[in-house]
Design a protein. Structure first.
Length: 55
């Protein structure tokens, strides 16, 4: 069975927005894919994968 986890890729500290990515894991193999969605840090809750609106 595969498991998935969303995360905000904040490795580039100079950018204001960061890429939302998904990890897909099955057994010992992991693949990370960018989703093409850019978010600011305050829009992302790291403990639960919620996206907050800026409005």
């Amino acid at each position: 069975m595969a498991t998935t986890k969303f995360y905000l890729d904040c490795r580039r500290a100079s950018e204001k927005t960061h890429n939302l990515r998904i990890n897909i894991c099955q057994h010992t193999k992991t693949a990370a894919y960018p989703l093409g969605i850019k978010l600011e840090r305050h829009q992302w809750e790291p403990k639960t994968p919620w996206i907050f609106s800026t409005n």
